[in-house]
Write a protein that binds this ligand. Structure first.
Ligand code: PMP
Length: 396
């Protein structure tokens, strides 16, 4: 065993623990539904991305089981050898319809998809303008592409315009992209896509929207780009299949040429085994369900509005969320962590989010109500919030 590695690991782990930055992982026994079992305690779950409750949907479970029977548990190969099964093609056709684009291509995870697509399209002669609050998978995908990365202040259109002008007028870059989350997961705010598209047109920027938290949530379920009616304007729409869709995976939707190109240039498509058949079929059923009815979407928003109103009435700072994602901004890191711990002791699972995930002094407990929560669950959560809030002097 390497002595250097052992020393490196133990000293880093100790440092993290000493600074309160070591994340203890809670194990959920059984399904990730609106109520979860942690260490034998039933807790109201306000921390999952299972926005529509589809992770435990009976129809999707049956679709997965039947497909395991007909197709097996694994795809057997990467997409370009013989791991493209009929269920993958079917899913990609459904995704293109869902997004209103010519074509779509699925990947094994949302994270993987960002790494694949950003690196597939951009390279070292290019520049990427990237919102400073973009998700880690975007940041890593940008780094992997070796393009010059230019950080843009969060949703600051003047900063974007200025940096787009500088980048394009410098003549240094072959292509310039602007990349942004559609919905920002820490605050629940929405990217200003109409202005972004206008700036992109003026400077011939490639537009890339990661709609991990917008798909199933915005645009009556079809996402943030559809919400603004910009399906023909945004070049690259990315989404996850792991959050509102309830399963696992990611996808890119866009023109046929974009999809054809990614199928030859995106390394995880070429070198990593494709999505399992059971998951693929379940995803297909979930997307079809979202296209057929807005019932789950409507329930999600109703629950989101209910929780928001309740927390605001109690005196909590819920920031500027424009979606069901409801942060409860507490500020100080230690109080935030204590708050989340006390919520859990009282019966609510709502994870604290502190630096470095969010800026120092803006620690928060983030709440993700879903379509699967009942009003009774939300009322109980609000009572616990009130009790813990008063106890820790977060509200008066
Ligand atoms: N993009 C964003 C904005 C995300 O929030 C996430 C998940 N946290 C991902 C991409 C990665 O998606 P997945 O979990 O499906 O890999």
């Amino acid at each position: 065993m390497s002595k250097i590695l052992n020393e490196f690991l133990s000293s880093n782990l100790q440092d993290l623990k000493d600074n309160g930055l070591y994340n203890e992982i809670n194990v959920v026994r059984g399904a990730n539904g609106p109520v979860i079992d942690i260490d034998g305690e039933a807790l109201i779950n306000l921390s999952s991305n299972n926005y529509l409750g589809l992770a435990t949907d009976e129809l999707l479970k049956k679709a997965a089981k039947d497909t395991i029977d007909s197709h097996g548990v694994g795809a057997g190969a990467v997409r370009t050898i013989n791991g493209t099964l009929d269920v993958h093609v079917e899913l990609e056709e459904t995704l293109a319809k869902f997004k209103g684009t010519e074509a779509a291509v699925a990947f094994q995870s949302g994270f993987n998809c960002n790494m694949a697509a950003i690196q597939g399209v951009m390279d070292k002669e290019d520049a990427i303008l990237s919102d400073e609050l973009n998700h880690a998978s975007i940041i890593d995908g940008c780094r992997l592409s070796r393009a010059k990365i230019i950080r843009v202040n969060h949703s600051d259109m003047d900063d974007l315009r200025k940096k787009a002008r500088e980048a394009t007028e410098s003549g240094q870059f072959k292509k310039v992209m602007y990349i942004t989350d559609g919905v920002f997961s820490m605050d629940g705010d929405v990217a200003k896509l109409p202005e972004i598209v206008e700036i992109a047109k003026a400077f011939d920027l490639i537009t890339y929207v990661d709609d991990a938290h917008g798909s199933g949530v915005m645009g009556k379920g079809a996402g943030t780009v559809k919400h603004f009616g910009l399906e023909k304007e945004v070049d690259i729409q990315m989404g996850t299949l792991s959050k509102a869709i309830g399963v696992v995976g990611g996808y890119i939707a866009g023109t046929q040429d974009l999809v054809d190109y990614l199928k030859v240039a995106a390394r995880p498509f070429l070198f990593s085994t494709s999505l399992t058949p059971g998951d693929t079929k379940a995803i297909n059923e979930a997307v079809k369900m979202l296209m057929a009815s807005t019932e789950l979407h409507d329930r999600l928003w109703e629950n989101g509005d209910y929780l928001k109103k309740g927390l605001e009435t109690l005196g909590f700072n819920i920031g500027n969320s424009e979606t069901p994602i409801t942060p409860c901004i507490i500020g100080d890191e230690k109080t935030t962590q204590a708050f989340s711990k006390r919520l859990m002791e009282e019966g609510v699972y709502a994870k604290s989010i502190v630096f470095p995930t969010v800026p120092r002094g803006t620690g928060r407990v983030r709440n993700m109500p879903t379509a699967a929560h009942t009003k009774e669950m939300l009322d109980e959560a609000l009572e616990i919030y009130e009790k813990v809030g008063k106890e820790l002097n977060v509200i008066s």
